[in-house]
Write a protein that binds this ligand. Structure first.
Ligand code: SF4
Length: 313
C-alpha cells in the first residue's frame, strides 16, 4: 500500500473524509500565507513527503501545549502529524519508560545528528544549579544543552520554551529561562498559551514544501502566523475606531460586542493570528467569546500582561 493511500485510509478510519482532508489543507495553506494554487502541493507534502525525524522534549511545562497540539477537536490530527513526522521521542505520549525511553532518545539523536527537528515545550529551570528540573536523574538544563546543538533546528512550542512563560513569571523562583537563553541558539518560536496547533503544522509543512523553515520576525516567530497585530485583524476593531467600549462584562455594550480595550485587552500589543484561525476547529477565540486578549504570545508574558483586566493605556 502506498504511503498516500495508507495515510488517507487511516484518516478515513478516524472519521476524516478526503473532502475534509482537502478542506484542512486549504485552511493550512491560507494560514501559511500561500495562494490557493498551493493547496494540492500542501496536500502532496502531507501525504508523500519523507518523514522528518522529530524529538520532542517536555521541560518545565503544564502539558497544555502537547494537549493543544495532539488532542484538539480534530480526532485525526495525531494521525496526520505522526504520518508527516517521525516522532522518535516524546516524553509525554511515548510508550517506553525508564531505560528503554532513554535509549530511544539516545539512538534517535545519534542516528539523526544534524537531521532531526527538536521540538521543545516548557522552559528550563536554571536556579539551584538546575536541580529544580530533573527527569530520570538528568537535569533539564544538561539535557537541552546536550541535544539542542545536534538538531537541524529547534522549534519551541508555547510561550514557556519560547520566552520563559509562566514558570519565569515574577518572582521566578526556579530562575526559568527560554531555550534560546540557555543554549545560545536561535530557535523557531511558536508562542501562545497554548499555541495554535495549525501554526506548528504550518511550520513543519513549510519545511517539507520548501526545504527550509519559514521566515521569522525579530522574536523568532514565523511571520505567516505572527506578522500582524491582533488589533489589526480584530472583528471588534470598528468599535474601537468608533470609541465604543465595553466597561463591564455584564452590560449592554458587552452584549453588543463592543471593543474590550477598556477591559484590559492586549490585542494592540500582541502579534498572533487568533482572529483568522481561531481555536477548536475554527469555532472561536477569546475576544470573540467576550474575553480580552491577555497577550499570551508575547515575550515576558505573564508579567507584561498582568493585571489582565487593566487597560494598557
Ligand atoms: S477587542 Fe482588543 S484587539 Fe479587538 S479592537 Fe478592541 S482592543 Fe483591539
Amino acid at each position: 500500500m502506498s504511503q498516500e493511500k495508507d495515510l488517507l485510509d487511516r484518516l478515513e478510519r478516524k472519521g476524516l473524509s478526503r473532502r475534509d482532508f482537502m478542506k484542512y489543507c486549504g485552511a493550512l495553506t491560507a494560514t501559511m500565507g500561500l495562494s490557493s494554487a498551493y493547496v494540492p502541493k500542501v496536500a502532496a507534502a502531507l501525504k508523500n513527503a519523507p518523514r522528518t525525524p522529530v524529538v520532542w522534549l517536555a521541560m518545565a511545562e503544564c502539558t497544555g501545549c502537547a494537549e493543544a497540539t495532539l488532542r484538539t477537536t480534530y480526532p485525526w490530527i495525531d494521525t496526520l502529524l505522526l504520518d508527516v513526522i517521525s516522532l522518535d521521542y516524546n516524553d509525554t505520549i511515548m510508550a517506553p519508560s525508564g531505560e528503554a525511553a532513554e535509549k530511544s532518545l539516545h539512538d534517535s539523536v545519534t542516528k539523526n545528528t544534524g537531521k532531526f527537528l527538536l521540538v521543545v515545550d516548557g522552559s528550563i529551570p536554571t536556579g539551584a544549579d538546575g536541580n529544580f528540573g530533573v527527569v530520570g536523574g538528568k537535569k533539564m538544563i544538561d539535557v537541552i544543552k546536550e541535544i539542542a546543538p545536534k538538531a537541524l533546528a529547534v522549534i519551541c512550542i508555547g510561550t514557556c520554551s519560547s520566552y520563559g512563560g509562566l514558570p519565569a513569571a515574577s518572582p521566578n523562583p526556579t530562575q526559568a529561562k527560554s531555550i534560546s537563553e540557555v543554549t545560545g541558539l536561535k530557535t523557531v518560536n511558536i508562542p501562545g498559551c497554548p499555541p495554535n496547533p495549525i501554526n506548528f503544522v504550518g511550520t513543519v509543512v513549510n519545511y517539507l514544501l520548501f526545504g527550509k523553515l519559514p521566515a521569522l520576525d525579530d522574536k523568532g516567530r514565523p511571520l505567516f502566523a505572527f506578522g500582524q497585530l491582533i488589533h489589526d485583524q480584530c472583528p471588534r476593531r470598528s468599535h474601537f475606531d468608533a470609541g465604543e467600549f465595553v466597561t463591564s462584562f455584564n452590560s449592554e455594550e458587552a452584549r453588543k460586542g463592543f471593543c474590550l480595550y477598556q477591559m484590559g485587552c492586549k490585542g494592540p500589543n500582541t502579534y498572533n493570528n487568533c482572529p483568522a484561525v481561531k481555536y477548536n476547529e475554527g469555532t472561536s477565540w477569546p475576544v470573540q467569546a467576550g474575553h480580552p486578549c491577555i497577550g499570551c504570545s508575547e515575550p515576558n508574558f505573564w508579567d507584561k500582561s498582568a493585571p489582565f483586566f487593566k487597560s494598557i493605556s
